[in-house]
Design a protein around this ligand. Structure first.
Ligand code: SF4
Length: 412
């Protein structure tokens, strides 16, 4: 069950309440480079990004926001630190939301209240972003406890339990983050401004989880989930999935961003995979492919990666399976909308549970994509399966016998 939060509107997207969990990302371009920024946002839109945030470090970045907004179709969020004038200009430029950490604004509450009044007047949303790093900076006494080791008079070592010390410190830090967020919300409410969403990020998964859980017990404002500075594609995806799943499975979270040290377009499929695994969203391809093993008869890794890449812009929900041999291949392929079950140098194509045909390996990609396209609306089918079919094949030839270097006479 989703936690019932108050609903806010960010441009034309509803967040919180009974709206689906919304997927967002952030550009990596210099925002003032309008052309590159817009092109990156278009790529994000193509793969399903629903809200986009851009960094606004200087006035040159703030003054082009209106120009960027005109060229994109998803809500635009200005990410502001330190300088309140940047937020004021972003709001003048017509952004749909500003992301503020009140703790690092010059002139603190005075500046924050100016921004709140401007956001209220324009009827736009604000994310109050509290993160563990800035809380520590605010509270100089709040140093994460390290393992304590002390030499006793008898020469033995006395150690505190590091796991327990970390747990206590995590709870204290999470509590400080939540208290700060509630204090900032209080400032907004005093100005009768409620168009607010909150994030409580930390690069430590369990600290973020603890903070979000505590906040959810005490407030019904919607939550933007994120594990900040999560890492590269693999480490970041895993850390984000672990943290977000712990929260989403408890019904906590109204929008999310998977932060990766990678192209932002790569964040979007990770976010959707998390949501699809929890059956919170049903968008695009749900992909089943076997990991391959010593029984494999086709280049399942090559084919699966190529199929998945070519279906990345599909938003219609569809199940596709690519399997390497007869052990699990026919079963999984039959359960999918379109499936390929590999055999020796050939593969069986399934469509909606029925065998359609058997094709040689150089036609795997063409056959799978043709069947997928036949189940998609026309505009998506054209993206997946061009007129004239698929000519360029990147996967390799592989059968067990050849892979084992058996002499020809010993094959079969
Ligand atoms: S389907 Fe076949 S090749 Fe793929 S992992 Fe299972 S047994 Fe191995």
């Amino acid at each position: 069950m989703r936690r019932k939060t108050r609903q806010i509107r960010i441009g034309n997207v509803l967040v919180g309440g009974d709206a689906p969990v919304v997927v967002q990302s952030m550009t990596t371009t210099y925002t003032r480079d309008v052309k590159s920024t817009v092109e990156q946002i278009h790529r994000l839109q193509d793969v399903g990004c629903e809200i986009v945030r851009v960094a606004v470090p200087e006035m040159e970045d703030a003054v082009v926001l209106g120009e960027i907004k005109k060229q994109i179709r998803i809500p635009l969020v200005a990410d502001i630190h330190y300088n309140p004038e940047l937020a004021m200009e972003a709001i003048r430029q017509g952004v749909d939301k500003v992301r503020i950490n009140p703790g690092n604004l010059l002139e603190g509450r005075t500046s924050f209240e100016r921004i709140v009044r401007a956001a209220k007047e324009r009827d736009i949303a604000m994310r109050i972003g509290v993160n563990s790093g800035s809380i520590d900076a605010l509270d100089k006494q709040a140093q994460m406890q390290r393992i304590q080791v002390r030499l006793r008079a008898d020469g033995t070592l006395e150690k505190t339990d590091p796991a327990e010390a970390r747990r206590i410190e995590r709870e204290r830090l999470a509590e400080r983050m939540v208290n700060k967020a509630l204090e900032y919300i209080g400032w907004c409410e005093e100005l009768d401004y409620h168009n607010v969403i909150v994030s409580l990020k930390s690069s430590t998964v369990l600290t973020a989880v603890e903070a979000y859980r505590r906040f959810a017990e005490r407030s019904d404002y919607p939550l933007h989930l994120g594990i900040t500075e999560a890492g590269t594609l693999v480490t970041g995806a895993v850390k984000s999935a672990v943290g977000m799943t712990m929260l989403l499975a408890d019904g906590i979270g109204d929008t999310l961003r998977v932060s990766l040290s990678a192209e932002p377009e790569e964040e979007i499929p990770v976010a959707y995979e998390i949501l699809k695994a929890l059956e919170l969203r049903n968008r695009g391809v749900t992909f089943v492919s076997c990991p391959s093993c010593g029984r494999v008869e086709i280049d399942v890794i090559g084919v699966a990666n190529e199929v998945e890449k070519r279906l990345s812009k599909v938003s219609t929900p569809i199940h596709v399976a690519v399997m390497g041999c007869v052990v699990n291949g026919p079963g999984e392929s039959r359960d999918a909308d379109v499936g390929l079950a590999g055999g020796k140098g050939k593969g069986v194509i399934f469509r909606k549970g029925k065998v359609v045909r058997t094709v040689p390996e150089d036609q795997f990609l063409d056959a799978v994509l043709k069947e997928v396209a036949s189940l998609l609306p026309e505009h998506e089918a054209r993206l997946v399966y061009p007129e004239g079919g698929i000519q360029d094949i990147t996967y390799t030839h592989r059968t067990r016998d050849e892979g084992m270097n058996l002499p020809l006479a010993a094959r079969n």
